[in-house]
Design a protein around this ligand. Structure first.
Ligand code: ZN
Length: 350
């Protein structure tokens, strides 16, 4: 017991909009409160987050862009794009979000912890090398993946992005690199517009981007099908040394931004698929990083189930076979077929 780490820090609440915005401090407050519930209290190792250095941010972001974000600390309020705000605290908070993810990576890679979940904000997967986008300032997961290859000389890093939205920034960061495999299942066509099946990487990175664009509607069974039929065989063949999950909870069935139908039990099962193949390829080294998710109770309940799965809790045994029985094949088979066709040239087992 006690080998699952969590990153939590009240400074993540300092990044806040000046009027209603779905990406709010209340999201983390709901999660932090859940962590105090009697059945969750003292079950996890708290990881002290650090602030990412400029050098670490520059693994993904341009120097001029970092300076632009830094300059927002001098103004009460800045809109960096139509959806993306910064207050005086946002720059520091965003560096702490990226750094907190790196703190989790250190603990998992040095063997102190089996796995970890970074409860941070602002989120990251839309952030491009040179611009803020979709509530994201610095790309936390991309920086952590770049850090794993640079500072730990890892040769194979897998990023799994189950957020409702396609992680354009993460995909672009590694599009031409064979050492970081990016997998995303996302609502499509939808914001941000990227993530076609045919986007498979380029140059040396060809075959190391896997996109599963989904129309609205898939729930637990359909996501499970995608994970077991597409992601799992590719992951077992790729054999990552560490796995990151861009864990967005906006595929929750009541999320105000999305059209997906995933329940807390469904999230637990997706996590179990990932944790199972992680056990085979990298001794279970998985770092979950919070991205979206805008239904506060959904966020709370879904994360609670994922955390139980991460501990291998007796309350949360293996994959639930009953979930598979409810699959809507008409909804999911056509896209799975297309993804397999696009990825067949690169993966024997698909
Ligand atoms: Zn999202």
């Amino acid at each position: 017991m006690g080998r699952t780490g969590i990153v939590k820090d009240n400074r993540y609440l300092n990044h806040a909009a000046d009027s209603y915005h779905p990406e709010s401090p209340e999201r983390l407050q709901a999660v932090y409160k859940m962590l105090e519930e009697p059945d969750m209290q003292d079950k996890f190792v708290e990881i002290q987050p650090r602030v990412a250095t400029d050098e670490e941010l520059e693994l993904i972001h341009g120097r001029r862009y970092i300076q632009l974000v830094a300059s927002t600390a001098n103004r009460d309020y800045t809109m960096l794009d139509p959806d993306t705000y910064a207050n005086r605290e946002s720059y520091e908070t965003a560096k702490l979000a990226a750094g907190g993810t790196l703190s989790a990576v250190d603990k998992v890679l040095n063997g102190e912890l089996n796995n970890a979940f970074a409860f941070i904000r602002p989120p990251g997967h839309h952030a491009e090398s040179n611009r803020a986008m979709g509530f994201c300032l610095f790309n936390n997961v991309a920086i952590a993946a770049g850090y794993s290859t640079k500072s730990y000389s890892l040769k194979k890093v897998l990023i799994i992005d189950w957020d409702l939205h396609h992680g354009n920034g993460t995909q672009h960061s590694f599009y031409e690199r064979p050492d970081v495999l990016y997998f995303s299942a996302h609502q499509f066509p939808y914001y941000p517009g990227t993530g076609y099946v045919t986007e498979v990487g380029s140059g040396a990175g060809k075959g190391f981007t896997v996109n599963v664009p989904l129309q609205a509607g898939p729930g637990d069974a359909e996501y499970m099908q995608v994970f077991e039929e597409v992601l799992e065989p590719i992951a077992l063949e790729f054999k990552p040394e560490i796995i990151f999950v861009s864990a967005g909870f906006d595929i929750y069935y009541q999320d105000p931004l999305g059209g997906m139908q995933v329940t807390p039990a469904g999230f637990a099962n997706l996590a179990k698929v990932v944790l199972d193949f992680a056990k085979e390829t990298c001794k279970g080294k998985v770092v979950f990083v919070l991205e979206g998710g805008y239904h506060l109770n959904g966020l709370r309940d879904s994360i609670k189930e994922v955390l139980k799965a991460m501990r291998g809790d007796i309350l949360s045994p293996g994959r639930d076979d009953k979930i598979r029985e409810k699959v809507d094949r008409q909804l999911i088979d056509p896209v799975i077929r297309k993804v397999k066709e696009a990825q067949k040239p690169f993966w024997k087992n698909i």
